[in-house]
Every structure is written in C-alpha cells, then in structure tokens.
Design a protein around this ligand. Structure first.
Ligand SMILES: [Zn+2]
Length: 105
C-alpha cells in the first residue's frame, strides 16, 4: 500500500461522514415550518445556519471527490497549475490541496 492509498482511505472515511451529516441537514431543511409565527422565525434562522453548513460541506465533498480522482489517476500531489510536486507537509495539513503553495497564494 503506497502513501496515497493511506490518504485515500482517510478521505473516504471523511467523505462518508460528510454525506451522512449532509443527509441529516437536508432532512432538516425540508422539514415543514411550524404554524406559530414566532416558532417559524426561529426555524427560519435555524435553516439559514443549516444552509451555510450545507454549502460548506458540499464544497468539502467536491474537494474530497476531486482529490480521490487525482489519487486514482496518479496525479495526486502534483500541482494542477504548474505541474510541480506539492510539498508533502502541505498535503498533510490539507489533503485536498490541488495546487502547490506558490500557486495557491
Ligand atoms: Zn504550483
């Protein structure tokens, strides 16, 4: 097993965690609103917060899926912009990084 397979394993675990959570968030967002207007106001605020979470998690899911594709294609750890290798310390801190530090700046 090479080092990228280890990363892929961790990313897949994170991905299933995110998908489970996102499904819960989606259920909450599609819940019927309470009849009481005060309860409704609280619920709407709650839903706004959930929408932010939904967006953040969806973005992370896409980044992880892209990283997994790069791992399976063998382009992982290669900068998508300049083609140079991405520092392994950077990948450790940010496993979904598609670009090297100089290109992401
Ligand atoms: Zn680069």
């Amino acid at each position: 097993m090479n080092e990228h397979e280890e990363i892929a394993k961790a990313l897949k675990a994170r991905l299933s965690e995110l998908r489970t959570h996102l499904a819960k968030v989606n259920r909450e967002l599609h819940k019927a609103l309470p009849a009481d207007s005060e309860d409704q106001a609280i619920e709407l605020e709650n839903q706004e917060a959930l929408e932010v979470i939904q967006k953040t998690e969806t973005t992370e899911i896409h980044q992880i899926e892209a990283a997994l594709t790069r791992i399976s294609e063998g382009t992982y750890a290669t900068c998508a912009k300049c083609g140079k290798p991405i520092d392994s310390r950077r990948l450790k801190a940010l496993p979904t990084a598609a670009t090297c530090i100089s290109c992401s700046a």
